[in-house]
Design a protein around this ligand. Structure first.
Ligand SMILES: Nc1nc2c(c(=O)[nH]1)N[C@H]1C(S)=C(S)[C@@H](COP(=O)(O)O)O[C@H]1N2
Ligand SMILES: [Mo]
Length: 218
């Protein structure tokens, strides 16, 4: 699928657009108590739900590529061996989905965004980033969001390779934001000097998505 493909509407995408239009799940409780781990309006799950546009692309590591373009000193096209040769790290973090489930203590392995940034060397004007995925999905973040110490380009979860349904071979993990910012099946990272809202951001979701501020819809 190409970057400008338009993923089809499904029952789930239609429902989520309606929830965004209606402001569903908003509690108005956006002051964070110091010892609170669960963001407002969220509930804890032990299993790990699968959410996507209904198409789970099959990408073998042999044909996988990750392209880095835009305002960077070192544009790259990484193959699997090159990606696995980058510095590897682990991070433990919680995930929060805008549909109200949260899951604690997920151990991710992969390349830290901070190490990745040292490699590509973004220009000073690269304040925005868009992740594009093999299923036609896209989501936008700022350089500041991506530079957080817990952000990864993850290839494993709990010590095993990410399954296809959860975005393998490689997905983004941005634990401080609702998980629609954590692009599964990532294939292209574009560094931009202006914002470019992604799939959900143009369909009623918030542009930032901080769960502690209930930034569900925008
Ligand atoms: N490529 C791609 N990434 C995606 C999505 C998608 O549809 N396509 N859905 C997002 C949403 S809305 C959520 S909640 C999480 C879900 O990740 P999971 O299926 O591993 O739980 O993936 C995010 N990343
Ligand atoms: Mo989501």
């Amino acid at each position: 699928m190409t970057d400008d493909a338009h993923p089809p509407e499904t029952k789930l995408t239609t429902t989520k657009r309606r929830w965004a239009a209606d402001g569903k799940f908003l509690t108005g409780r956006i002051v964070r108590p110091e010892d609170e781990r669960l963001p407002p309006g969220q509930h804890l799950v032990k299993d790990w739900p699968v959410l996507d546009l209904g198409q789970q692309p099959i990408i073998r590591t042999e044909s996988w590529r990750l392209d880095i373009t835009g305002h960077v000193e070192h544009p790259l096209s990484l193959d699997w061996a090159a990606f696995k040769a980058l510095p590897q790290s682990d991070r433990l973090s919680d995930m929060h989905c805008v549909t109200t489930w949260s899951r604690y203590d997920n151990r991710w392995s992969g390349v830290l965004a901070r190490d990745f940034l040292k490699l590509v060397k973004p220009h000073a004007d690269a304040k925005h980033i868009v992740f594009q995925s093999y299923d036609g999905y896209a989501t936008n973040v700022t350089m500041e969001m991506f530079s957080a110490p817990d952000v990864l380009l993850a290839h494993s979860w709990e010590g095993s390779p990410l399954t296809r349904e959860h975005g393998g071979p490689v997905r983004i993990v941005m634990p401080q934001f609702y998980f629609w910012k954590s692009a599964k099946w990532v294939k292209h990272i574009a560094f931009l000097d202006q914002d470019a809202p992604g799939y959900w951001e143009v369909r009623g979701y918030h542009n930032v998505g901080d769960p502690w501020k209930e930034e569900r819809y925008g």
